[in-house]
Write a protein that binds this ligand. Structure first.
Ligand code: GLP
Length: 242
């Protein structure tokens, strides 16, 4: 694991965007694995600004997102489909047909998940997978468990995740209780993994990810076994790591 310390959120976002843009410049038709949550928004903004300047071109890029809430339509403002358009896709020249997010609107979980596994495998898995990290060490929506997950599957969100994500909903009761998420094994198939984290609330999860035992109790800890994983985190998120 390579750890890159950033001064603050802005610096973290620029450093992460630099790594993503390098990937796109080196391989214009690359496959990007993308993440939602507040953490990557700054990197998406920076990439959109560089696209506007003509420094990076997404015309041939294809993307596969980690996860989606179960039961939300693609146009629901709380859905990750909507989030990705609002925060990234609508601001760059990506072909929307080349962007993919698990289909939370399909109530048939087994069908939605196996369909997603097929298309991610057919794409050859991401060249670069961007990840945020939950306060409890989750990646995608792979929550702490007694085993690591494999392919895309339906999960029951933990109280801690429902609580953390409720800030984006009118009320905690509106937070969906289930999600479809890429599995940990699929995440590990990416050729490169880039984790972004900021703020003190992530300090324990970042420490456990980087230095704790490799255990499904902290799903992100498995990233210690990936041969090309870079963590870009600000000083507050790395405060327990010195
Ligand atoms: C959600 C997403 C994760 C994300 C995590 C942290 O649960 N499914 O992919 O990493 O939240 O989000 P944030 O970046 O807002 O702290």
């Amino acid at each position: 694991m390579k750890i890159i310390k950033a001064k603050d959120y802005e610096d973290m976002s620029r450093k992460a965007a630099n790594i993503i843009s390098a990937q796109v410049i080196l391989k214009p038709d690359c496959v990007l694995g993308l993440a939602t949550g507040s953490t990557p928004i700054g990197a998406y903004k920076q990439l959109a600004a560089w696209y506007e300047k003509g420094d990076v071109d997404f015309a041939e890029v294809s993307t596969y997102n980690l996860d989606e809430y179960r039961g939300l339509s693609h146009d629901d403002p709380q859905s990750y489909h909507y989030f990705m358009r609002e925060n990234f896709f609508d601001h760059i020249n990506i072909d929307l047909n080349n962007t993919h997010v698990p289909d939370g609107s399909n109530p048939d979980a087994a069908a939605a998940c196996s369909e997603y596994d097929k298309i991610v495998a057919a794409a050859g898995y991401p060249d670069l997978q961007l990840l945020g990290i939950g306060n409890n060490g989750h990646i995608g929506f792979n929550e702490p468990d007694d085993h690591f997950s494999k392919g895309t599957h339906c999960v029951d969100l933990t109280e801690s995740t429902i609580q953390a994500n409720s800030r984006l909903f009118d009320s905690i009761d509106d937070v969906p209780r289930q999600a479809y998420t890429m599995g940990t094994q699929t995440i590990m198939y990416a050729r490169m993994i880039l984790v972004v984290a900021n703020g003190e609330a992530k300090a324990q999860a970042v420490y456990d990810m980087c230095y704790g035992p490799v255990t499904p109790a902290c799903p992100a800890s498995i990233l210690q076994l990936h041969t090309n994983c870079v963590v870009v985190a600000d000083e507050a998120a790395l405060s327990l790591c010195e």
